[in-house]
Design a protein around this ligand. Sequence first.
Ligand SMILES: Cc1ncc(COP(=O)(O)O)c(C=O)c1O
Length: 486
Amino acid sequence: MASSSTESPPAPPTFGHQLRKHFLFPENYTNLNHGSFGSIPTPVLTHRQRLHILSEQHPDNFMRYHSISLLDEARAAVAKVLNAPSEEVVFVTNATTGVNVVLRNLTYEEGDVILHFGTIYGACGRTVQYIADTTDATCISIPLAYPVQDAVIISSFNTTVQEIKAAGKKPKLVIFDTVSSMPGMRFPWEKMIVAAKEAGVLSLIDGAHGVGNIKIDLEANQPDFFVSNCHKWLYTPRPAAVLYVPTRNQPLITTSIPTSHYYIPKSAAQYWSPLGPGSKSNFILQFEFNGTIDATSYLCVPAALKFRQEIGGEDAIIKYCNTLAFEGGEAVAKILGTEIMTPDPAAVDSGRCPMVNIRLPLLPIPKTEVESVYNTFTKDVGVRENTFVQVYVHNARWWVRISAQVYLEMKDFVWIAGVLKRECEKINERVANLATIAAATGEKVNVVNGADVHVEEVKSAKRAVVNGMVDLKVSDAEGGGVAVNG
Ligand SMILES: Cc1ncc(COP(=O)(O)O)c(C=O)c1O
């Protein structure tokens, strides 16, 4: 029926605190770090609970038949959001697994080089290193110091490729993010796919912060391999990720990880399988069942998408989160008297995404204090204030990364800015005192500069702490409190 002219238009979606009731946070908890592990709305949790009950009521029917048809529906649903054919997407447990599936399936020859950027997520960087440690491939990291323009990223890649080729080697694959982790910055992944293609290099996109975070169009961009977590930004339960391998590259992926019933051995060896021959492609079959797991998180994709549609749809969610991250970040920076890590204004969406990085107004921190400062923010402040603040060092500066979400408002950004300001003042006072003591005793203060400090390095800083500028004691081997005596 045609709508009458008197009918009022649909109400615009209302984001912000009104949506908190659909999530499970206790009333006094402010979730500012959605980007690490995501969080699900109640209808998705309820849906998963129903699936759990079904799977316990009819274990064989559920595991062998029902969950397989639900998995097909979930694949089709996530493929639609990615604008990819459903025959080219499968589920894997997480982004790390997806990256491992691709890197461990490819074969490497002497002279092959894997490229990545300095901002690669640590676990993925280590996976590249593992390949270099165990095959004929080597790897090269392209350093990045933000703020950096997209054009500089692309030209750094092109220059590195030329250098590798000039040395008689073969740049085989480049791995890069859709949005990097720390800093939480939108990466020019669309342009990098083109640059890689022009250079004859395979592209593997780590879209851990991908689907639900920024608009993804795989049909338009045609990467060689793409993996995206669904549990971070799409509101599915943990763990769930989608791996896209276009049909042309599926012959390169000969096994799921772990290898299971549908692997086709090169020999004529026959093994018993509890599963039927299956009518789908071997790529789909291998990832459909590769060991008994709880796949209900994958099966929640349609429920997550339904919830997202009901609160306004993909575009409205992304727009709200991008705007809140940017405006909220600017407000925090103003209160702290610093600045946000500036995105490239010429980039897609002006380089904005639902995460924002704000510089903390900290004095140069002695290396011996790094762990203590890191713990102050990520443990003490988090526990005391019922939140979590993700801090890190990049390009010799301390930053906080804040994730915007539909249940947050500007008020939350202003609140955390006050908390951070007070904490920075306390730390600065302590550091200034330490500097005074060091000056009086003639000791050299080793401040954090140059290299980025990530969590692993913070943990290893414990050893240095013991012989530090003042008598510092590590009370807990797993990154617990650091007591400053005197
Ligand atoms: C850019 C990036 N890649 C990969 C990962 C790994 O994701 P997962 O732990 O779900 O495998 C993360 C996690 O935060 C990430 O931020």
